[in-house]
Ligand binder design. Sequence first.
Ligand code: DGL
Length: 284
Amino acid sequence: MRRKTEPLKKAEVRNVCPRPAQRPIGIFDSGLGGLTVFKELRRLLPGENLIYFGDTARVPYGTKSPEAVVAFSREIAHFLFEKKIKLLVVACNTASSLALAAVRRDSPVPVMGVIAPGVEAALKAAPRGGRILVTGTAATVKSRAYSKALAAAHSGARVIEKACPLFVPLVEEGWCAKPLAAAVAREYLAPFRKRKIDALILGCTHYPLLKKVIAGVMGPRTRIVDSARVAALGAKAELAARGLLNPARRGRSEFIVSDAPEKFSSLAGRLLGIKTGKVAVKRF
Ligand code: DGL
């Protein structure tokens, strides 16, 4: 056993107090959909250590009250702060819409959401004054977070918002390629096909997994905007600006959920081709 006064070896020092750049990026979502953001981050930032938290015990957030979403988000953010993260990415659109300000207030590190990246991507995809359709959970649509952010950009865009609550359970069930997914997408979105939509924002973590089906309903005129890549680019820029990019060749990935780790792991592999290894459980 080590005597109290014995100094730590170099490698041990690195483990106990990693340099700021070596600290992990924390990412959270209500469930597995945020893995779309995780995947982009992993692709863009291979050297970063990433910790993903999926609140699988309390998913979906999209049907909950703003108070509940704020309370859950703050709880998870604090759990990740204890893991000494250097940046927090709120991958969940519902949490980004309702809880970003509350999480930022408590945060010792920069916090990024997915609304601003989604808006940035949509404005690039749609012409000035074009028509933008925002899809999301009932809570995201009710918050009007996207409409407000688009209005603040003074783009002159005409914005329509549409909640598509059945998309999340379809994805969580792994049914993205079933005919039922196409039927549900038609029911929600076919009426907008005639309305000359220039860009459709996938304003929910899970919807990129239904991108093909959604694009099929909307037709070739509509650009489908996925904020995951833009969010990952934003995270990279934020870290670069702060001198916090990890120069390592290969970073670690850690996955934690609040329930049913095996289901999470199997769907992550099946739907997104992500091999999670052992998934830890943290219950609140
Ligand atoms: N993660 C949520 C979002 O992006 C979708 C799932 C849910 O309702 O919790 O809005």
